[in-house]
Design a protein around this ligand. Structure first.
Ligand code: TRP
Length: 382
């Protein structure tokens, strides 16, 4: 059996460059590597609803945004199936059976769920209205995610490190299921980003995470001017007051972004960002830039101008494709519909195997005859 990829995103906003370096860029590489038999990319709208039950319209609007971001970043529907989670009902059914294989206590220990409950303040309030407390659906989303992954018999799940607990939980469910009912499900492996700077790109304000609610994102669909303005306002080293002062590279967001985006060819093409009236540098690679910054004499403005050039170089082709796709919305929904149909057939096959293994396939072809024979024999006491 060949290798199968399943991965996805919650459609709660447009995708930003943190998504790009953390997962999207890698997905495109994996897609084009030819090493995978099938690739499924899920727009996880049902999961998004687990903490947006009061705002389904937000989720609905962002399905197309995420689809546009995928396609413009290079996801190719001829190679990858893009699907809408809520339209594959089989996933919900699988989730229900998996729920019996997981304890409440185990879910409570899931560090990502814990952190998310904290972040959303679900535990802060208690009381009668529906806003207080953790929605059960949200609490259970790791189980639904195990259904997403196993429905497609995914071997490989390329995601960010925050998803590690979900994959671990999925593997536990697979082992439990297979031990209890027979070997049906496949244990997936996580595929983390290979560049340390990409594990989690900080926000432009230096905060640990790029997030819409913090307003510290650079979106894939931002214009060149928006990118330039956001980079100008970026957090650097607060101790680097004078150009002549030695600067810190560690924890300096501008350098973290360069670690994630900069390639040697950028020094050939944008090297003149470091040519000033007073001082001029001929850097050949990022290490030389860092060394000069640490030593002092290199100002934030030059480094920021370079970063803007590097970012816009990466984003320009994506922006161009997005503009084209925005003019052809029927095509985008066509892609989603076709991807979802193919995904649904795959998930239905796994669900049938699961129900067969659990012997809850009463009315399936052949099964009913067997069941009737079994029960007839029992009652005729032969
Ligand atoms: N939880 C993922 C996120 O927040 C989205 C997701 C849903 C997912 N189902 C998945 C990721 C299955 C990988 C595999 O981004």
């Amino acid at each position: 059996m060949g290798k199968i990829i399943l991965t996805g995103d919650r459609p709660t906003g447009r995708l930003h460059i943190g998504h790009y370096v953390g997962s999207l860029r890698r997905r495109v590489e994996l897609q084009n590597s030819g090493a995978f038999e099938k690739i499924f990319i899920m727009i996880a709208d049902a999961q998004a609803l687990t903490d947006n039950a009061d705002n389904p319209e937000k989720v609905r609007q962002n399905i197309i945004e995420v689809a546009l971001d995928y396609l413009s970043a290079g996801i190719d529907p001829a190679k990858s199936h893009i699907l809408i989670q809520s339209q594959v009902a089989e996933l919900t059914e699988l989730t229900f059976y998996y729920m019996n294989l997981v304890t409440v206590q185990r879910l409570q220990r899931n560090p990502t769920v814990k952190a998310e409950i904290q972040m959303r303040g679900f535990n802060d309030a208690e009381g009668a209205d529906n806003k207080a407390g953790t929605p059960v659906g949200f609490f259970c989303y790791p189980i639904s995610q195990a259904a997403d992954i196993t429905a497609f018999k995914a071997t490989t799940v390329p995601v960010g490190e925050d998803q590690e607990p979900m994959i671990e939980q999925t593997r536990e469910i697979v082992r439990k299921f297979n031990a209890t009912y027979g070997p049906v499900l496949v244990e997936p492996e996580i595929l983390l980003p290979d560049n340390a700077a990409c594990l989690r790109l900080p926000g432009t304000d230096g905060k640990a995470k790029m997030s819409k609610s913090l307003g510290n994102c650079i979106y894939l669909s931002d214009s060149a001017e928006e990118v330039a303005a956001k980079v100008r306002g970026m957090y650097t080293d607060p101790g680097h007051l004078q150009v002549s002062d030695p600067g810190k590279v560690e924890g300096n967001t501008v350098f973290t972004y360069l670690d994630a985006f900069c390639r040697p060819e950028h020094f050939v093409r944008f090297g003149d960002c470091f040519h000033g009236r007073k001082v001029s540098f001929d850097f050949k690679n990022l290490d030389e830039v860092k060394a000069q910054y640490r030593a002092g004499g290199l100002g934030d403005v030059m480094v920021k101008n370079f970063l803007t050039a590097v970012l816009n170089d990466t984003l320009e082709p994506i922006r161009r494709r997005r503009k084209e796709l925005e003019q052809d919305i029927p095509y985008v929904y066509g892609v989603l519909r076709e991807g979802t149909e193919i995904a649904r057939a795959a998930a239905a096959e796994t669900l049938a195997e699961v129900k067969r293994a659990m012997k809850i396939n009463y009315f399936e072809e052949g099964a009913l005859e067997e069941l009737i024979a079994e029960q007839t024999q029992k009652y005729q006491n032969l």
